[in-house]
Design a protein around this ligand. Structure first.
Ligand SMILES: *Cc1c(COP(=O)(O)O)cnc(C)c1O
Length: 424
């Protein structure tokens, strides 16, 4: 199924092709298992997550290590659950953004290698070493502190050297001074230099200039590695590919890759798309109708009165709003699914509620399940459609689905776990 959107000045094209029709969840009984308090939940399809990581494994082959990126609570999906699934189905280790996220995984029972990709200050060294977490380094003072903590605790600390080849974010500039400093780090006691890595700025864009820039970044990394080799520094791993890099293929893979968004079931962008498999979206956002009413011509809906009924309309209310992460910018623009059909969201999205126009969908009832993004029956509202509509990327909407929304994990059509953040 090809979807084509024209939104203001931008064209967006998505090809969404659900290979296998999954058990649809219009089933009332199933949805009732899904909530205990408010009928709002993010449904997480663990089979889709397993499928995606297995396909990524197939894409990179058996000899490239996979560092599965589960930062930001696994892009909103729940980091412990998703780390477990990815490690079970093809990932070799996991990566997060900061120490707190790494500790959450350790406390959740993840025993494998956990790498922090962002900056960790030397002042956190004791905790870092105590939890056995791998750390990214691009400053000698931090490395020294990690080494001292490792010596004190009689453990090794695995460090990953970040190199800034053109992202302009963190990392050593690829120059002689950096080589000298990395030599110093490599000599520190109880420090194991596990990898040297960089991050691409435009690997998710496919115009000629962007492709050339990605290749330039890759060449800079290789040149820097050559210089390190000349001073006898050879890291166990080299890595540079995010999901988009993985999609570009063999020439960029190096010895390890760091897929994020592709694991959660989305192509890296509208123009850089996996061709060897169709990623299956893992999360769908769902709520049940709490109220239905008939509006007469001229009556309005929500704050600002931005929706006015031109004739009699049937309006349903959902108990979900922008405080749950359903973006307010979608007001009067997004579609949702009810009884397998698209319905328009109408009026401003409120903090905790929003309204939809169900006039054209017969027999809608209070308690009906509504899909805000994802699939229901044969119809879907792809997250990319919503992201494109408000000028953002799928990543952002996923991470913003917050703690008020329980995560409901489904495997083989059954609810296998519920994660309630507010109440146990
Ligand atoms: C977030 C992140 C990734 C994953 O990016 P995706 O585009 O989601 O695949 C990989 N590497 C680093 C350093 C990151 O920060």
């Amino acid at each position: 199924m090809g979807l084509f959107f024209y939104l203001g000045r931008e064209f967006c094209v998505f090809y969404i092709n659900y290979e296998e029709k999954e058990a649809c969840t219009v089933d009332r009984n199933l949805s009732i298992q899904h909530f205990m308090q408010r009928p709002v939940w993010a449904q997480i399809d663990l089979d889709a997550a397993a499928f995606n990581i297995r396909q990524i494994r197939r894409m990179v082959g058996p000899d490239v290590a996979i560092m599965s990126v589960v930062k930001a609570n696994a892009y909103g999906h729940g980091s412990v659950e998703l780390a477990r699934v990815f490690l079970e189905h093809g990932a070799d280790r996991v990566a997060v953004a900061c120490l707190g996220e790494a500790i959450e995984l350790r406390q959740g029972g993840i025993t494998g290698r956990i790498v922090i990709l962002g900056h960790t200050d030397g002042s956190q060294a004791a905790e870092l070493v105590n939890y056995g977490i791998d750390v990214t380094v691009f400053r000698y003072e931090d490395a020294l502190a990690f080494s001292q903590a490792a010596v004190a605790q009689q453990r090794m600390v695995h460090v990953h050297i970040a190199v800034d080849t053109g992202m302009g974010r963190i990392g050593y500039r690829p120059d002689a001074a950096s080589i000298a400093e990395i030599q110093q780090i490599a000599m520190l006691p109880h420090v194991q230099l596990d990898s040297v890595f960089t991050h691409f700025a435009v690997s998710d864009e496919s115009d000629v200039a962007s492709i050339e820039y990605t290749q330039l970044q890759y060449k800079r990394l290789q040149a820097f590695l050559d210089e390190l080799r000349q001073v006898n520094i050879v890291p166990a791993y080299v890595h540079c590919c995010n999901s988009a890099g993985v999609v570009w293929g063999k020439s960029l893979l190096a010895g390890m890759v760091r897929p994020g968004i592709l694991q959660y079931g989305y192509h890296p962008s509208a123009t850089v798309q996996a061709t060897s498999f169709c990623p299956r979206p893992v999360m769908s956002l769902r709520a049940c109708i709490t109220h239905i009413k008939v509006l007469e011509a001229g009556e309005t809906v929500s704050y600002g009165r931005h929706f006015q009924a031109k004739e009699q309309r049937v309006i349903a209310t959902l108990p979900i709003g922008y405080a749950d992460g359903y973006p307010r910018a979608l007001s009067n623009r997004g579609d949702v699914l009810v009884r397998g059909k698209r319905a328009r969201q109408v009026g401003n999205i409120c903090m905790d509620q929003c309204m939809i126009d169900v006039t054209d969908i017969p027999q809608v009832a209070v308690g009906d399940e509504v899909v805000l993004f994802g699939q229901q029956g044969d119809e879907s509202v792809p997250l990319e459609e919503l992201a494109c509509c408000i000028g953002t990327i799928a990543h952002e909407i996923l991470c913003n689905i917050n703690r008020r929304v329980p995560r409901v994990y489904v495997q083989g059509g059954e609810v296998v776990r519920r994660l309630e953040y507010l109440v146990e």
